[in-house]
Design a protein around this ligand. Structure first.
Ligand code: NAD
Ligand code: TDX
Length: 331
């Protein structure tokens, strides 16, 4: 099977490609990635000999068309992915997340290639902290940020291309991922690398916001399962029942890194900050038989801390620029 993976040099995409190279030696893997600040060739260095890497942009229709014509399956991870950046400069989010998805959809339509669209639970907006409800496949779309609104738009394009043009697509909306190779701008790696560089962790507002954590390998196992057995046109929600508020996560990181529980700073809150995300993944579990393997967040977090401690060369070059960006935002 020839698989074209967009965004394969990013956090989740590189994990997907590495898992495929390890577990499916029959797969022919091509990565298309424009290596934005968030993409890193180093994330793929261990499997360099097993993949074809193409540096290029998903809005480049000629390039995309050529690569798609040589593929049996496209798995689309490429995106501008950080909410805070989307509040400062939304345009790249519209370009990559909307126009980029459109470009891929036209190519898979033209060449009749199977397509999987990787999306987020943020398209559903947020839940109240005291609401027992979770997002399901039927929850109405209600995105809050420029990032999540562009992801919502891209999901809608996929649904329309399935219905209007018969494109063979599936979609998945996953909750917050954690694990190795995540960019240091994101919550968990930012706090770990802050502590490793002698800086106090930074918590937005009171830290009551809840995220539903899933290990990146569990997310990608679900994506693969959907590619194998998912029904065309369907959306699957991916989550591992990992709800925790941000304050608890910061406290756990501090404890696992032998710091005092109050050794962190409260900083300016994010504008429009979503309160709570929570996923009901029973459709995926019941219909496709997927189960998460990382059910102990604490030990997954410890392993993630160890990885950042052991791999400073992977993140050190990005750290200063990221913190400078946050400083300007008062965060
Ligand atoms: P990331 O920011 O770590 O990686 C994105 C990758 O896409 C980078 O390698 C970047 O270079 C590449 N890219 C960006 N613009 C491109 C363009 N125009 N052309 C080609 N390549 C481009 O993101 P991530 O956290 O790995 O997220 C991957 C996907 O999963 C995204 O679609 C995101 O919306 C979705 N998602 C992420 C999470 C999460 O917790 N991180 C949760 C649910 C869904
Ligand atoms: O320094 C910080 N302090 C802090 O309290 C940062 C960077 C974040 N936060 C908070 C904001 C969120 O409530 O932590 C939570 C997680 O923040 P992010 O890592 O920025 O993730 P989030 O905004 O929840 O979005 C993530 O999950 C869904 C990914 O970045 C998206 O790509 C994905 O779609």
């Amino acid at each position: 099977m020839r698989i074209l993976v967009t965004g394969g040099a990013g956090f989740i995409g590189s994990n997907f490609v590495s898992a495929m190279a390890r577990d499916r030696p029959d797969a022919v893997l091509t990565v298309l990635d424009s290596l934005t600040y968030a993409g890193s060739r180093a994330s793929l260095s261990a499997i360099d000999g097993s993949i074809d890497f193409v540096e290029g942009d998903i809005v480049d229709a000629r390039l995309v068309n050529r690569l798609v014509s040589d593929a049996d399956v496209v798995v689309h991870f490429a995106a501008e992915s950080h909410n805070d950046n989307s509040l400062v400069d939304p345009l790249p989010f519209l370009q990559t997340n909307i126009v980029g998805t459109y470009t891929l959809l036209q190519a898979v339509r033209h060449h009749d290639v199977r397509y999987h669209h990787v999306s987020t639970d943020e398209v559903y907006g947020d839940l109240e902290l005291d609401d027992p409800a979770k997002f399901t496949e039927l929850t109405p779309y209600n995105p809050s940020s420029p990032y999540s609104s562009t992801k919502a738009a891209s999901d809608m394009l996929v649904r329309a291309w399935v219905r209007s043009f018969g494109v063979r697509a599936t979609l998945s909306n996953c909750s917050n991922n954690y694990g190795p190779y995540q960019h240091v701008e994101k919550f968990i790696p930012r706090q770990i690398t802050n502590i490793l560089t002698g800086v106090r962790p930074k918590l937005y507002g009171a830290g009551k916001n809840v995220r539903d954590w899933i290990h990146v390998e569990d997310h990608n196992a679900a994506v693969w399962r959907i590619l194998e057995a998912g029904e065309i046109g369907r959306t699957y929600l991916i989550g591992a029942d990992g709800e925790l508020d941000n304050l608890s996560v910061v406290r756990m990181i501090l404890e696992l890194m032998d710091k005092a529980p109050d050794d962190f700073d409260h900083v300016a809150d994010r504008a429009g900050h979503d309160l709570r995300y929570a996923i009901d993944s029973s459709t995926l579990r019941n219909e496709l038989g997927w189960q998460p393997r990382y059910n102990d967040f604490r030990s997954g977090l410890q392993a993630t801390i160890n990885w950042y401690r052991d791999n400073p060369t992977w993140w050190a070059n990005d750290k200063d620029a990221v913190e400078l960006r946050y400083q300007v935002q008062g965060a």
